[in-house]
Design a binder for this molecule. Structure first.
Ligand code: IPD
Ligand code: CA
Ligand code: CA
Length: 259
């Protein structure tokens, strides 16, 4: 394993230990509101702290871009961290959340970890080497038709400027696909495309910390991932579409009709 990926895995496991310890006592957690339907807890912050400490112990000169504490440092290596992706699920005891850590080198994601402590699913990827689930190589599914596809998505719930377009796409997608699911943790949704549990995924308005790690999992597993114009600028817009090569194209056609 690449030494930087090894550090990312150690950091993700330390963050997850903080989260799982707290999951036994969720009734004592007091969520704070960052915005409409957007919550943060002391668990998100403590997990993030543990992750950053682990990374900076190994690489003190690297920069950090973390969801809760923001950016620090100046380096061509930037660690992009979502300490707890799926906070709403976590707060409800709904076991679908993860730690997501990506390393960017000169603006390109080179290492990725998405760790689901509820299932002990460790998804990792190194650029040019492939994507793995618990040390087994993973590939996107072989599904070719949208009609046979299980599609993941995320509903708009904090900002609603895209709600009409989203609803139209959702309506069309539910009629054209075999099924649509909204599990509630975008980093895991992308990991699920990478390992073939989903055949495709789309969501508006995600943040770099939600998608940086998952994007490398998808592409290293042989999937395609773009914004809704079919371009690679999804980290900027946060509008994300990905899937198996064939299903991706059919999803893009559906989405384009409503934008
Ligand atoms: C959220 C989850 C959710 C997605 C939201 C994200 P958070 O992350 O990934 O699935 O729909 O857009 O913000 O806030 O739980 O880290
Ligand atoms: Ca997130
Ligand atoms: Ca988060």
């Amino acid at each position: 394993m690449h030494p930087m990926l090894n550090t990312a895995v150690r950091a993700a496991r330390r963050g997850a230990t903080v989260i799982q310890r707290a999951s036994n006592n969720i009734e004592f957690i007091t969520p704070e509101k960052k915005g409409h339907n957007d919550f943060v807890t002391e668990v998100d912050r403590a997990a993030e702290q543990a992750i950053i400490e682990t990374i900076l112990e190994a690489y003190p000169t690297h920069a950090i871009q973390a969801e809760e504490s923001g950016s620090r440092g100046n380096s061509e290596y930037v660690w992009v961290i979502d300490p707890l992706d799926g906070t709403t699920n976590f707060l409800h005891g709904f076991p679908q959340y993860a730690v997501s850590i990506a390393l960017m080198h000169r603006d390109i994601v080179t290492q990725a970890v998405v760790y689901d402590p509820c299932r002990n699913d460790l998804f990792t990827a190194t650029r040019g080497v492939g994507a793995f689930l618990n040390d087994r190589r993973i590939r996107v599914s072989k599904t070719r038709e949208l009609a046979d596809s299980l599609i993941g998505t995320g509903f708009p719930y904090t900002e609603f400027q895209n709600l009409d377009a989203y609803t139209a796409i959702f309506r069309d997608m539910t009629q054209k696909a075999a099924g649509v699911r909204r599990p509630g943790a975008a980093a895991l949704d992308l990991a699920y495309v990478a390992c073939g549990r989903f055949d495709g995924f789309f969501e508006f308005g995600l943040k770099p910390h939600d998608i940086a790690a998952g994007s490398l999992l998808v592409t290293e597993a042989g999937g395609l991932m773009t914004d809704f114009s079919g371009e690679e600028k999804f980290l900027e817009s946060g509008n994300v579409l990905c899937g198996t090569p064939r299903v991706f194209g059919q999803m893009l056609q559906v989405i384009r009709q409503h934008l």
